[in-house]
Design a protein around this ligand. Structure first.
Ligand SMILES: Cc1cc2nc3c(=O)[nH]c(=O)nc-3n(C[C@H](O)[C@H](O)[C@H](O)COP(=O)(O)OP(=O)(O)OC[C@H]3O[C@@H](n4cnc5c(N)ncnc54)[C@H](O)[C@@H]3O)c2cc1C
Length: 409
């Protein structure tokens, strides 16, 4: 009798968990093994810099599935099991604990890791990164002890942790390497919204500056020296200077890597039995006609579904525009779309009567490339349809809040 096929998922994060779930939902009856390096069952990371960090959400609320789900669905969840090597010839993976497992199909969903600060003093106590739930726990504790935090990096993680640190009552200095926070993502027209938001909440923003040294005493951080020579005292430092895809085992196995594991639209790597999903995947998107790598929650979810279906031989792909969200202070926003290498040639603001509410559109040659809704809900689907539309957009209508977005699609 032929044995049941064995599917292995490496990485117990969002993409890995959703892939396991989808395999069962699609009726796969073979063996599913989910190997995760962390001691925890798969959980969602967005709360770690938001409600969970601020003590507004408890630990139970962050898990993708309840613990019992894995046994009920016959998904073998192996925690504390880092995969150290992948051998595509023998179709096996080996773990740090000495296990060696055979797969028929393999999904790599190892996510990304924080880029480390490389300056003198970076290894002092009191220097924090944020990726895992334990990192968030440590930050939460430190927030109760510290008075002054310096946040290095004004990307999403830096801004959200700055907001949480302010909510915890700390003095916060935010180091922005460029002219504005998020300028690379939002451009100079929209990025000032975030600078203003943080300034209004008492954050001291320092522009065009980086940390050149962390100072310390008795092994513990006491401050930062900036690139212009200024010194700032601090009891804690939070580093949010980007993330790096965890492609090591794929690279060692000879899979094609280029800023992530290169996959086709079905998330298949250069080896037909190995797939990659989530933060590590650099995916061919046929709608955009290019490869993109996306480090966002919705992408990991959607790709978990696509990877599972593709592993089952289905013709699955995700061509929807990218989507992400953030919550900072009383400010919530969603962003839908992908600004291509050609950029944008026009930004349109749709301002609502309440000054805290608006929608921003980025256009290129009259086509909507991306849209961002701030403190307005239930419009992301309409924005997605506008982004996918092949018709030219009418700028006056886009700017007019009296015209329902749905009627513009
Ligand atoms: C603090 C924080 C806040 C965020 N907030 C938002 C947000 O507001 N909106 C948004 O859209 N996105 C947000 N993101 C991004 C989003 O969480 C990620 O894009 C998403 O988690 C990616 O999922 P993934 O499954 O690819 O990787 P991960 O969730 O990182 O999971 C990968 C897992 O694989 C494990 N692993 C790695 N190597 C191995 C190995 N060799 N063997 C076994 N296991 C391994 C890792 O330990 C990890 O558990 C946030 C991320 C962080 C860190």
């Amino acid at each position: 009798m032929k044995s049941k096929p064995s599917f292995i998922i490496v990485g117990g994060g969002m993409a890995g968990a959703i892939a396991a779930q989808t395999l069962r939902e699609e009726g796969f009856e073979g063996q599913i093994t989910l190997l995760g390096q962390e001691p925890n069952a798969p959980y969602e990371r967005p709360p770690l810099s938001k409600d969970y960090l601020q003590g507004k959400a408890d630990r139970d609320s962050i898990f993708v599935n309840p613990d019992r789900w894995y046994a009920e669905q016959a998904v073998e969840l192996s925690l504390d099991s880092a995969v150290t090597t992948l051998d595509p010839d023998s179709q096996t993976v080996s773990t740090a604990t000495g296990g060696r497992l055979h797969y028929d199909k393999l999904l790599l969903a190892t996510g990304s890791k924080p880029r480390r600060l490389d300056v003198p003093g970076a290894d002092l106590d009191g220097v924090y990164y944020l990726r895992n739930v334990e990192d968030s726990d440590r930050l939460k504790i430190e927030f109760t002890r510290a008075n002054r935090a310096v946040v290095i990096g004004a990307g999403w993680i830096g801004l959200e942790t700055a907001s949480a640190a302010r909510a915890a009552g700390l003095e916060v200095t935010l180091l922005v390497s460029g002219d504005l926070p998020l300028q690379r993502v939002l451009g100079p027209e929209v990025a000032p919204i975030f600078a203003e938001l943080h300034r209004d909440h008492g954050v001291d923003l320092r522009y065009r500056t980086t940390a050149t040294e962390l100072t310390g005493s008795h092994g513990r951080v006491t401050g930062v020296v900036l690139s212009d020579g200024t010194r700032i005292d601090a009891d804690m430092i939070i580093v949010g200077i980007g993330a790096i895809p965890r492609t090591e085992i794929a690279a060692d196995a000879g899979l094609k890597i280029d800023n992530g594991i290169v996959v086709d639209q079905h998330l298949r790597t250069s080896d037909p039995d190995i797939f990659a999903a989530g933060d590590i995947a650099r995916t061919y998107n046929p709608r955009l006609g290019r490869h993109i790598r996306v480090e966002h929650w919705a992408n990991a979810r959607r790709q978990g579904v696509v990877a599972a279906k593709a592993m089952l031989g289905q013709d699955a792909a995700d061509v929807r525009p990218s989507y992400f969200f953030t919550d900072q202070y009383d400010f919530s926003m969603e962003y839908t779309g992908d600004i291509g290498p050609a950029g944008y040639d026009r930004v349109i603001f749709r301002r609502h009567a309440q000054s805290s509410q608006m929608i921003v559109f980025w256009l290129h040659q009259q086509r909507v490339q991306a849209g961002m809704n701030i403190n307005i809900w239930d419009v992301a689907d309409d924005i997605e349809r506008l982004v996918q539309s092949t018709h030219p957009a009418n700028p006056e209508d886009l700017a007019n809040p009296a015209i329902p977005l749905a009627s513009l699609v």
